[in-house]
Design a protein. Sequence first.
Length: 238
Amino acid sequence: MPSFILRQLDPEFWAKVQAKAAAEGTTVKAVILRLLAAWLAAVVVLMVAACGGKGSPLAPGVATAAVPVWVLSGQSNAVGVKGALESYATIVGAEEGSAGISAWAPGTPLWSALEASLRAGPVDAFIWWQGENDRYNVDSYPASLDNLIARVTTTQHPTRIVLCGLGGMAGYEDFRAMQRQYAASRGLLFVPSEDLPRTQAGDYDTPSGSIWPGGDYNPHLTVEGYKVMASRINAVLR
């Protein structure tokens, strides 16, 4: 039985999958199937892009040898921008809402999914958009991001790394300043988002797939905002 085999092969990873399932109120089987689906999707799209075959998400039936492959990871805004980015590239990776950077620590389900995407084939860029859950960890966050990027570049060798800045919520100023400084000091590409429109009550909320109920905390961009952000990311990667 698959769960028995996983327990035997990697008890630590099995325990983390169990903890994730408990936190989400779902089953271990559902978490494992989601991770497998993400890995298989990454393999398929990378094979299509590498072979220049048909089935491109950009132009069905047209050869896609020149389509770049970008690995996207992060929390809810990464989820939100993914669809818009698919207008420019093949997108693989591992995104999840309301997840701190520790959710991508070695051995976690998100890191395993991200690592699988990286190992599936050559990639042109790594895009990271995360931080809302870590906004009070300004001092410790750079070390955590250094660790993540080191694992990414050891697993695969993306030619460019993009750091996306947090949106324009009040109280995030120090974190946004840290992100800019971090990108500049390490030679990363930085794409800001604080000037882009965020969801208001009654707007469609892309990351959740529902109508935004309102409230003071609205870190997500509008549909148009994600399109502009995707265009900015594409511009720095071209």
